[in-house]
Ligand binder design. Structure first.
Ligand SMILES: [Zn+2]
Length: 371
């Protein structure tokens, strides 16, 4: 294992932030996997998992079990880690401008398309090499104008040429679930099975250019742009939600790191060890069919159901108690599925998402992720 320290460009004189980059295997070896933790810096269970992963991968590397290259970023957002507001840690939004740290990554599709449009051939692996080189060059050309933009550029630079990109997050109160692109259903289900995910949510565009899609979606969009040329989905990327933000447990971190290692074995990044792959806990479902239970008015939230429960259409998920009158509004789900996440606080403002259900019958449109 090799540790690099990467200094972020500071746009504020006198301040410094740096990233730890843990490198396993020979640089340039394939397949390449890139795994980062806590881009939303207050989603700290991911940090426990990356640190467990570090120990396990170092041992596997010493045993000669690495086939590809693995880059692990134990904490991907030192800016967010340093943010406190009125005594509370704030790691999801940049306090400088309110932007979500995991939105607004660069869309490199146009730049890559311009670079390869005259050179694509009928050989898919040659096209993959051409597109990778173009994507790398596009990242280099980004010109960040603030610290968070530089962080986005540096993370993308480390990940953009990987075959596998895993972005480890967590939700407020949730069971393990993950997000990936619809055309990569098989790999997403394989990852879900390895981790014991209870929901696998697929979209071709979840909205807002989160980190995982900035890495994987250009391949999908280039396929649409050049239908006459064979273009692989050469990067599988997923956002993994490691349960809820208070689920910090050595045992769970151990188990999750083992699950990630199983997945890396199945994808040929590590030598296979002959163990049978875990069976899936769920089928993948469309993200557009994920049902948010939304507060119609302000009130105190009383849940009837907990994360991980299967619910039927029409089930009561929560009550909302009006503080001015005591009146109770019961909120019911329209779709059957797994209740995979609930909000953390028990006070709701109008429009707050209180819970999410992985269903199959709805068809939402627009931006599919929380702000
Ligand atoms: Zn997150």
């Amino acid at each position: 294992m090799h540790l690099d320290t990467l200094e972020l460009q500071s746009h504020s004189p006198g301040t410094r932030h740096s990233l730890q980059v843990l490198r396993f295997g020979r640089p340039g070896a394939t397949p390449k996997a890139y795994i980062q933790g806590a881009l939303h810096a207050d989603e700290v269970p991911a940090i426990l998992v990356t640190r467990q992963l570090e120990r396990k991968l170092a041992a596997l590397e010493a045993e000669g079990k690495l086939l590809g290259e693995i880059v692990v970023m134990p904490f991907a957002n030192p800016l967010g880690l340093s943010q406190q507001l009125m005594g509370q840690h704030q790691g999801r939004f940049d306090l400088r401008d309110g932007r979500n740290f995991n939105r607004g990554f660069a869309d490199l599709t146009d730049g890559a398309a311009r670079a390869v449009q005259d050179t694509l051939v009928d050989d898919p692996s040659r096209n993959t090499a051409l597109i990778r080189a173009a994507l790398r060059a596009c990242v280099q050309q980004l010109t960040p104008c603030n610290d968070a933009e530089d962080l986005r550029k540096q993370l993308l630079r480390l990940a953009i040429d990987a075959d596998i990109v895993l972005d480890l997050h967590c939700d407020s109160d949730a069971v393990l679930h993950l997000y990936a692109l619809t055309p990569q259903r098989a790999a997403a289900e394989q990852l879900g099975a390895a981790l014991g995910a209870q929901a696998v949510l697929l979209a071709t565009d979840s909205g807002g250019w989160p980190f995982d899609e900035a890495c994987s979606r250009p391949w999908y969009l280039l396929q649409q742009r050049f239908p006459a040329r064979p273009i692989e989905m050469a990067c599988f990327a997923a956002t993994v939600e490691l349960r809820g933000e208070t689920d910090t447990s050595h045992e769970l971190a151990h188990r999750d790191a083992d699950g990630l290692i199983d997945f890396l074995r199945q994808r040929g990044v590590l030598v296979a060890d002959g163990t049978k792959a875990a069976s899936a806990q769920c089928d993948a479902t469309p993200l557009e069919a994920s049902e948010p239970i939304t507060a119609p008015h302000a009130g105190v939230v009383v849940f009837h159901r907990v994360s991980g429960e299967r619910v039927a259409a029409g089930d009561a998920i929560a009550d909302l108690v009006n503080p001015a009158s005591g009146a109770v509004t019961t909120l019911r789900c329209a779709s059957a599925g797994v209740l995979y996440a609930r909000c953390g606080s028990r006070w709701a403002h109008p429009g707050k998402r209180l819970a999410k259900i992985a269903g199959t019958t709805l068809a939402r449109s627009g931006s599919l992720l929380s702000p």
